[in-house]
Design a protein around this ligand. Structure first.
Ligand code: UDP
Length: 341
């Protein structure tokens, strides 16, 4: 290295865009070239001993002004690959036959993770520069272990199940969704959505409301219905309850409800025939969802981070509730007979 030159790539708190540097010392035994992006480019006149090479980062104006720093850094790691590789290849091939111009190694900030593949492809050793402290490095280094121990969520909710499925059914399959965060449900709603759900929610304390809905198919008998009603009344918590016409078998709507039930609760409970469920679950005043665990309801609740009280009735609802409570662990399973206690 004493007679060579170093091509380094780095970023630091003052020059988060700088990629590589080359510095010619008077003795000409070492030179450093900095490869940097146009974005936040360093002032080369402050560093007369270094050579500078600018590469295009290819960012649009919108991309360059994003506030999502993680997404931004990931994007740069994609956009810079080709320009950086070209620039480095030019540096490597640009010298005369004098060994003094060989690039001895590449120094790049850990944030520029794409540079490892470039270094490998050009058979250059790479030194990784970390600009944060050792404590945070150790904490980040523990992340794979935390995944392994199940302390952190897996990338995909059903990743393991998907792997098993592919082994059992070796045919092409294409997981899609969840779509709940992308498309409003109102256009395809089964029944008219009662918007008083939202205006009533607006008046409750934050994270206090139990939202109760058993979807479009589940039915209960009059006794079960009354037990739910008393359970909600006894909870002393505000509740928004979807009682779909026909939910209580053999009745039109609210006939089995105890007399003066809502009046007795002084506005603590609100009953609607059908709610704008996604909007309700996204409302910050909802604290829990008492659900039959239809897959749509389950996903919608997960997407909004609302914990569930699970009351599955049939079919996949039973498996969904088991996973919600015992595997993903964001719900409580009501497994006993429906009783107000
Ligand atoms: N839903 C709604 N308003 C309600 C109750 C339910 O919009 O008052 C919607 C809910 O958002 C979900 C669907 O109806 O998308 C119910 O589907 P799920 O798979 O949970 O249960 P199913 O009706 O198939 O039993």
């Amino acid at each position: 290295m004493a007679t060579g030159s170093i091509s380094t790539a780095f970023t630091g708190p003052h020059q988060p865009n700088a990629l590589a540097c080359k510095h010619s010392l008077p003795q000409s035994w070492l030179s450093i070239t900095i490869i940097h992006t146009n974005f936040n480019s360093p002032n080369s006149s402050n560093y007369p001993h270094f050579s500078f090479r600018s590469i295009p980062d290819g960012l649009s104006e919108t991309e360059a002004s994003t506030t999502d720093l993680i997404a931004f850094s990931m994007l740069l790691n994609v956009k810079c690959v080709v320009p950086f590789q070209d620039c480095l290849a030019e540096l490597l091939g640009g010298g005369d036959d004098d060994d003094d111009d060989d690039v001895a190694c590449l120094i790049t900030d850990a944030v520029w993770y794409f540079t490892q593949a470039v270094a490998d492809s050009l058979k250059l050793p790479r030194i990784v520069l970390r600009t944060n402290n050792v404590c945070s490095f150790n904490a980040f280094a523990a992340i794979p272990l935390l995944y392994e121990k199940g302390c952190l969520p897996m990338q995909e909710l059903e990743e393991l199940a998907l792997t098993n499925l592919k082994q059992q059914f070796p045919i092409p399959n294409f997981p899609i969704g969840p779509f709940h965060k992308y498309f409003p449900a109102s256009s395809s709603s089964l029944l008219a959505q009662d918007q008083t759900s939202i205006s009533w929610l607006d008046k409750q304390p934050p994270k206090s409301v139990i939202y109760v809905s058993f979807g479009s198919l589940v039915g209960v008998n009059a006794t079960e219905f009354q037990e739910i009603a008393w359970g909600l009344a006894n909870s002393k918590l505000p509740f928004l309850w979807v009682v779909r016409p026909g939910l209580v078998r053999g009745t039109e709507w609210l006939e089995p409800l105890p007399k003066n039930f809502l009046e007795m609760l002084n506005g603590r409970g609100h009953i609607v025939k059908w709610a704008p469920q996604q909007e309700v679950l996204a409302h910050s005043y909802v604290g829990a969802f008492w659900t039959h665990n239809g897959w749509n309801s389950t996903l919608e609740s997960i997407c909004e981070g609302v914990p569930m009280i699970c009351q599955p009735c049939f079919g996949d609802q039973l498996v969904n509730a088991r996973y919600v409570c015992d595997v993903w662990r964001f719900g409580l399973h009501l497994e006993k007979k429906l009783e107000r206690g």
